[in-house]
Design a protein. Structure first.
Length: 72
């Protein structure tokens, strides 16, 4: 899977000059589902966010875990 996320933030310090900071990351990763007979689905995953553009050189790690079960 491949996800992307970006933000833009503006701040106005006391001197009145607006400062804009932007970030952009791509997040390649993998996840899969384990389906149990009870109906419970367990979804583990792992991804590595990578900074692009003004965020270049920033990296991270993300672990994902989801438990889903039908209500009825």
């Amino acid at each position: 899977m491949l996800e992307a996320a970006g933000t833009t933030t503006e701040t106005v310090p006391k001197n009145g000059t607006t400062t804009t900071v932007s970030t952009f990351f791509i997040n390649p990763g993998v996840r899969f589902a384990i389906n149990l007979k009870s109906g419970l689905q367990i979804v583990p995953g792992l991804s590595v966010p990578i900074g692009i553009g003004s965020s270049e050189g920033e990296y991270g790690g993300l672990l994902y875990l989801s438990f889903e079960h039908p209500l009825f």
